[in-house]
Design a protein around this ligand. Structure first.
Ligand code: 1CP
Length: 349
């Protein structure tokens, strides 16, 4: 038996007897033990910056479910905070950000930003020390455009203001993306050195971009981040997730030197297979709403995804994160179906 975690074997291009599995947002509000832990932190940012609590939140789903990967508990909006823009979470609403600082101020903050995120390195070291060696630890960051949408709009949104900004101020946007490329690369290097064995770039809001704009604000920055991380001597595999970009994900897969491409719910089987034929591992793409709904349609879709994609390198996952009100029994059912290993629906985690 290979010692290498199944998730890393898949990212190295191996086709496996069954796909490794993990879920985006597997830690968090769908778990009662998370909600209990969360009440002990002053606010969400304080939770993320507390290595003891964040490590515990990372490990909670690993105790319940035989997931092949643990994703470090943190948030994509810690980086703007480290660059000097105020970030807070309104209870029951979501993220809020203060005014966008001047680009020069952001640029000056790049060098010191990784030190401000050092507690995430401590979370990674704690989790790696507790996690079984056959389960992989995943680090992550928001991709530049997605993080920029929050920095520009000041909140979660439909991103019309951010897209308009991209057209009205192309040079300013490019400068902002450059700052985010440089700071994100440093942050990811730090995460790999602290024990992250794979790195994921969350481009959660890649929809509604024309091909040329997608090329400039998604593909280009992703390539530059990976080049900078490699130049720092870090060789861990990357997973890119340009969510919502439709057929442009094929351009993404062909151009960006990621090992894995995370697909969203609308990805066709044929497209996934073409990306595999192009030499990339694919990940995805079960609908998070179907996971929440459950029933025979869920079982059928799980089987269909494996049938379609496990002839090549494939990581089982959702097309987007677990919804907070997803019944835990449905997660159990899918994880058991994919792995053949038992999971715990109830009881002490
Ligand atoms: O109080 C709480 O519990 C807040 C809920 C919450 C949680 C559990 C937020 C606020 N962030 C997180 C953790 C988190 N965020 C993780 C680790 C947990 C895991 O995945 O298991 C990760 C990887 C993220 C990444 C993240 N944050 C993304 C990219 C992934 C995705 O789902 O697209 C995005 C877009 C965010 C922003 C964010 N943070 C939190 C919320 C509610 C949001 C979305 C806001 C919006 O809709 O625009």
């Amino acid at each position: 038996m290979s010692e290498t975690p199944r998730l890393l074997r898949a990212l190295a291009g191996e086709t496996l007897d069954r796909p490794p599995i993990w879920f985006m947002r597997q830690a968090g509000r769908s778990l009662p033990e998370y909600r209990e832990l969360r009440t002990r932190a002053k606010d969400f940012m304080a939770f993320c910056f507390n290595p003891e609590m964040a490590a515990e939140a990372t490990l909670q789903p690993m105790r319940r479910f035989p997931m092949d990967g643990a994703i470090v508990f943190a948030d994509i909006l810690l980086l703007p905070q480290a660059l000097g823009q105020e970030v807070w979470f309104e209870a029951g609403e979501g993220p809020r950000l203060g005014a966008l600082p001047q680009i020069e101020a952001l640029r000056d903050a790049v060098e010191g930003s990784t030190a401000k995120l050092s507690s995430i390195g401590e979370t990674l070291r704690r989790v790696r020390a507790e996690l079984e060696p056959d389960r992989a630890l995943i680090g992550f960051a928001g991709a530049p455009w997605t993080v920029a949408t929050y920095m520009i709009e000041g909140r979660g949104s439909q991103r019309e203001m951010a897209r308009t900004y991209a057209y009205e101020n192309p040079e300013k946007l490019d400068s902002l993306l450059d700052v985010l490329v440089d700071s994100t690369a440093r942050y990811l290097v730090m995460q790999a050195k602290a024990g992250a064995q794979a790195l994921k770039l969350f481009e959660s809001w890649a929809e509604n971009l024309a091909e040329d704009v997608f090329e400039r604000i998604v593909i280009g920055p992703h390539i530059r981040i990976i080049e900078q991380v490699r130049a720092a001597g870090v060789n861990v595999p990357f997973i890119g997730f340009p969510r919502g970009c439709g057929a442009l994900v094929e351009n993404y897969a062909a151009r960006v030197p990621v090992q894995g491409v995370a697909l969203d719910t609308q990805a066709s089987f044929a497209m996934g297979k073409r990306i595999q034929s192009g030499g990339k591992t694919i990940q995805g793409a079960l609908d998070n709403l179907l996971l929440r709904t459950g029933g025979p349609a869920l079982d059928r879709r799980v089987d269909a995804l494996i049938e379609a994609w496990n002839g090549g390198p494939y990581i089982f996952n959702l097309g987007h994160g677990v919804m907070p009100d997803t019944p835990i029994e449905h997660i159990v059912r899918v994880v058991e179906r994919v792995t053949g290993k038992p999971a715990k629906a109830f009881g002490a985690a």
